[in-house]
Design a protein around this ligand. Structure first.
Ligand SMILES: [Zn+2]
Length: 161
């Protein structure tokens, strides 16, 4: 592929241009979508609730069904205790996740922060016009542009034979 900034050919996608250092994304691959923090927080909440319910039921079952009998193996007690501790640990994780979710909802959205920064930083600029950021979603895919110059170079040689 070619570098869109300096035009140097024979470049590897997903690396930096060997001439000007621009990062060249692999355009044949679909753009990665990163999940927003809200989704991670929601997943954390669900997983914490599941762990609390599972560890609490298991430890109670161990104590009620197997515990406090003459034939009870001594290892039953630390196992049930660890399960109870796990339940407590996940209860505090759940509380912290809920607090984080509240804080996250109250924050200033990133777009507003960026808009504020742009308006204050470029107030004294002689012109308000700025270049748009590069749009790699609308570029010609590497499969179309790859090896085109090599084919052009080979064509006259084949004719002269
Ligand atoms: Zn370049």
């Amino acid at each position: 592929m070619f570098c869109p900034r300096c035009g140097r050919a024979e470049q590897m996608p997903e690396t930096y241009c060997r001439q000007c250092g621009l990062f060249l994304p692999d355009l044949s691959k679909p753009l990665k979508r990163t999940s927003p923090p809200e989704e991670h927080l929601k997943a954390n909440t669900v997983l914490s609730i599941l762990t609390i319910v599972a560890s609490l039921t298991l430890s109670l079952l161990l104590f009620i069904v197997l515990g406090f009998k003459p034939e009870t193996h001594p290892l039953i007690y630390p196992t049930a205790g660890i399960l109870l501790a796990m339940c407590g640990w996940h209860i505090q994780t759940l509380i912290r996740t809920q607090m984080l979710m509240k804080q996250w909802k109250r924050r200033t959205p990133l777009k507003e922060v960026q808009a504020h920064e742009t308006t204050t930083a470029f107030k004294s600029a002689p012109t308000a016009e700025m270049l748009n950021p590069a749009d790699f979603t609308d570029a010609i895919p590497a499969s179309v542009t790859e090896h085109t110059t090599r084919h052009l170079a080979e064509t006259p040689r084949q004719k002269s034979r």
